[in-house]
Design a binder for this molecule. Structure first.
Ligand code: THU
Length: 164
């Protein structure tokens, strides 16, 4: 028997002013996307902004539906759009922010498991790690890769069938 330890390195910024300028720009883009979310049922608005290697910033927000499971998280709205429009362009980073009736969440938002899985697949597909900025009112967390954001992940290894 042995113990396996998985470590996640998080850089915690205590104020947006500590961020490099390009990250600050991404946070502002996520905030702007957040303000346009369609979340009448949860009243929990989420915004995501993705910086691509070609310099384009793609934004997305959560889109809810009266048939609840038909809605989609902000991260996947943004990432699927980025991947559909720029299928060969790698992602450099993503910023995520959430607001409820009290304003920006105090703690950095933690993306749901399904979104982490989608971020990871993009990273694997592009063969290039990208960072995530998890924005909160008091702190911003930066995590260097999607693999670090989803330890012990399902990567699809073993999924491909042998050719008949
Ligand atoms: N949501 C996101 O957009 N991203 C997350 O990472 C967590 C949850 C959305 C889904 C739903 O519209 C609302 O937040 C409440 O769960």
């Amino acid at each position: 028997m042995k113990n396996i330890h998985i470590n996640t390195n998080i850089t915690a910024f205590e104020s947006p002013s500590e961020l490099p300028e390009e990250d600050l720009e991404l946070v502002e883009a996520a905030k702007e996307a957040c303000s346009k979310a369609y979340a009448p049922y949860s009243r929990f608005n989420v915004g995501a902004a993705i910086r691509l290697a070609n310099g384009v910033i793609v934004k997305g927000n959560n889109q809810e539906n009266a048939a609840y499971p038909s809605g989609l998280c902000a991260e996947r709205v943004a990432m699927f759009y980025a991947n559909s429009k720029y299928p060969d362009v790698a992602v450099v980073g993503i910023a995520i922010i959430a607001m409820n009736d009290d304003g920006i969440l105090k703690n950095p938002i933690a993306p749901c498991g399904s979104c982490r899985q989608v971020l990871l697949e993009t990273e694997l597909r592009m063969k290039q790690e990208f960072y995530t900025l998890l924005v909160g009112a008091t702190e911003i967390y930066k995590i260097d890769s999607s693999a670090a954001l989803l330890p012990l992940s399902f990567t699809g290894e073993g999924l491909k069938r042998k050719k008949p």
